[in-house]
Design a protein around this ligand. Structure first.
Ligand SMILES: *[C@@H]1O[C@H](CO)[C@@H](O)[C@H](O)[C@H]1NC(C)=O
Ligand SMILES: *[C@@H]1O[C@H](CO)[C@@H](O)[C@H](O)[C@H]1NC(C)=O
Ligand SMILES: *[C@@H]1O[C@H](CO)[C@@H](O)[C@H](O)[C@H]1NC(C)=O
Ligand SMILES: *[C@@H]1O[C@H](CO)[C@@H](O)[C@H](O)[C@H]1NC(C)=O
Ligand SMILES: *[C@@H]1O[C@H](CO)[C@@H](O)[C@H](O)[C@H]1NC(C)=O
Ligand SMILES: *[C@@H]1O[C@H](CO)[C@@H](O)[C@H](O)[C@H]1NC(C)=O
Ligand SMILES: *[C@@H]1O[C@H](CO)[C@@H](O)[C@H](O)[C@H]1NC(C)=O
Ligand SMILES: *[C@@H]1O[C@H](CO)[C@@H](O)[C@H](O)[C@H]1NC(C)=O
Ligand SMILES: *[C@@H]1O[C@H](CO)[C@@H](O)[C@H](O)[C@H]1NC(C)=O
Ligand SMILES: *[C@@H]1O[C@H](CO)[C@@H](O)[C@H](O)[C@H]1NC(C)=O
Length: 479
């Protein structure tokens, strides 16, 4: 009790919070960011830093045994037991992190990081005596494109009680790559490893290679695995089902893709055609990440879609490794419709070539595939998910692959995951239980009603954060 009271007094004495300047004023000024812009950016960076597990964590320095000849899917370094002091991971669960070799869109070897969230006790599949821990490969949604945007260094692992915590609490080991460029951000020679945002076949490589590396590092993991992802990760998991058709990984049991952002360039085009359509406006805010992603995969494109202002602001974000929260503050004074990209930048032939290469749908895939969508998703319009699903199911090569589309009435981007929680959790268990999907059930589409929808809290972004108490406000956890 005494220590709680002391902490309260200390808290009162120290409660005025100052944001320490982080952005170098000269650098900012030379990058079209005035004092107001700098203060906003500092606020964003300070908030993000407060949500990271560890500052300047040496874990993300590229392992010395990475070479350009490293085999994809091999382990580079292992942190067998992560110190959870600075994470809000539920008790009972434990964590590991590792570095491994993955490949970019062209198949070139690059290093990346991942975490494993371990259950206290494993789920035991029906009809199985296996003591191995069943594995779910989790593809995260967008964190940003900066060096500090690795979910494995977020105190709540980004999706917290929305996905990884409940999976591990249900007995699954969650193997979750930080996509290449997020976390392990530089080669040993100092060259930046760019993140190719929504380059979904690249992120599918990260999933496949993380599964292979995790299995070699941790023999307690099952060979079998289910792939699951949301948003950028929904596109990554969809791309994984397509990758499985040409580069299969053994033990694959199926894929869940939620709110898949699989045709982002088409969405930007549609937004410019109908700039007042509120269901499309999110597209304006991610033009910067798209222009940078095309450059990551096609370096000769060299950011040429950016306006001068757009490029300079992007350079600030990358210099400081900022993520989505900082990005929205850094661009707060910028008209996203007119000031980020040059008019018609998305019609450039390199951009269109890239778009065709990364788009989901209309390619052979291996099921079973469960596609989940929210009827009122403001980040990924339902029509785009349906169009990709229809294009996949119309493909003769997919005729015998189980594909299910489940649409949730009235739900936005993040609520769709919670609304469908029971559905995807049961689906994962059914795959490990060896439940067979009969040929009569191939290619189904269902609409799920929400009888109490009117009272639901909606959000295009994750609608709450799990925060660690600071050393002086541990007393708050007695509530
Ligand atoms: C910075 O620029 C914005 C417009 O982009 C303007 O509203 C603001 O007043 C400027 N702040 C300073 C301190 O000059
Ligand atoms: C936890 O964070 C504190 C500062 O916020 C840092 O000093 C400490 O090293 C971190 N611990 C671990 C295990 O990362
Ligand atoms: C890199 O070194 C780690 C030990 O630090 C080892 O486990 C791993 O197999 C090595 N990987 C390669 C590709 O040499
Ligand atoms: C975890 O890190 C904290 C410092 O942040 C340290 O006090 C503690 O001893 C570490 N725990 C283990 C098990 O190493
Ligand atoms: C599990 O073990 C029991 C007892 O050893 C055995 O009867 C049963 O066939 C095994 N089941 C499977 C699926 O291997
Ligand atoms: C740095 O290393 C990477 C990976 O080995 C290589 O692709 C790149 O060309 C190197 N950059 C320079 C400037 O040497
Ligand atoms: C990938 O390959 C294309 C040619 O297909 C090339 O234009 C591009 O520069 C390559 N990207 C990288 C990152 O090397
Ligand atoms: C990209 O364009 C900038 C000018 O905006 C130029 O300085 C740089 O050399 C170009 N880089 C490449 C790889 O073409
Ligand atoms: C997808 O196919 C269904 C069933 O044929 C149809 O009702 C729906 O309009 C299609 N959606 C799109 C976006 O093509
Ligand atoms: C689907 O399976 C049936 C029965 O096994 C087979 O006859 C048919 O050729 C298959 N179709 C495709 C497109 O693979």
């Amino acid at each position: 009790m005494a220590s709680i009271i002391t902490a309260v007094i200390l808290l009162l004495l120290t409660s005025s919070k100052h944001v320490t300047a982080q952005v170098d004023p000269t650098f900012a000024a030379s990058h079209s960011c005035n004092a107001t812009c700098q203060a906003y950016t500092d606020t964003g960076l300070a908030f993000e830093a407060s949500q990271h597990a560890t500052a300047n964590d040496p874990f993300y320095t590229v392992s010395s045994n990475f070479t350009s000849d490293s085999q994809p899917g091999t382990i580079l370094s292992i942190e067998a037991v992560t110190n959870l002091t600075n994470y809000t991971v539920p008790s009972g669960l434990t964590m590991s992190r590792f570095q491994y070799t993955t490949t970019n869109l062209n198949g070139t070897a690059i290093p990346a990081s991942a975490y494993v969230l371990w259950p206290y006790t494993p789920y035991t599949p029906k009809n199985s005596n296996s003591t191995k821990i069943p594995m779910v490969a989790w593809a995260h949604g967008t964190t940003g494109s900066g060096a500090l945007c690795a979910p494995s260094n977020y105190q709540a692992l980004q999706y917290n009680f929305i996905v990884p915590f409940p999976l591990a609490l249900a007995g699954f080991a969650v193997v979750a790559p930080d996509y290449a460029g997020l976390g392990v951000s530089h080669f040993a020679n100092g060259t930046r490893i760019p993140h190719a945002w929504v380059s979904s076949p690249s992120q599918a490589n990260d999933l496949a290679n993380a599964v292979l590396a995790a299995r070699s590092a941790f023999p307690s993991l099952s060979q079998d695995f289910v792939v699951m992802g949301h948003s950028q990760g929904g596109a990554a998991s969809y791309a994984y089902a397509q990758r499985q058709a040409h580069s299969p990984v053994s033990g694959y049991l199926g894929t869940i893709s939620i709110g898949s952002l699989s045709t982002p360039i088409k969405q930007v085009e549609a937004a410019f055609v109908n700039p007042l359509d509120t269901s499309l406006q999110t597209s304006f805010s991610y033009q910067d990440m798209l222009i940078a992603a095309v450059t990551a995969d096609y370096p000769a494109y060299n950011y040429s879609g950016f306006t001068d202002l757009g490029l300079k602001r992007w350079q600030i974000l990358m210099e400081y490794g900022g993520c989505l929260p900082t990005s929205s503050l850094l661009f707060a004074d910028v008209n996203l419709v007119t000031m980020i990209g040059k008019p018609g930048w998305y019609q450039d032939s390199t951009v269109q070539t890239w778009a065709a290469r990364i788009s989901g749908g209309g390619k052979p895939l291996v099921g079973p595939l469960l596609v989940i969508a929210g009827e009122d998703d403001k980040a990924v319009p339902l029509e785009t998910v349906e169009a990709a699903f229809n294009a996949s199911s119309a493909l003769a090569a997919n005729a015998n692959q189980s594909m299910e589309l489940a649409v949730y009435q009235g739900l936005d981007h993040f609520p769709t995951i919670d609304g469908s929680h029971a559905k995807w959790m049961d689906w994962i268990k059914a795959r490990f239980d060896g439940e067979v999907i009969t040929s009569k059930e191939l290619h189904t589409s269902t609409f799920i009603q929400g009888p109490r929808l009117a009272g639901t809290k909606q959000s295009t972004l994750p609608n709450w954060l799990v925060q660690l108490p600071g050393p002086l406000d541990v007393w708050k956890t007695a509530l």
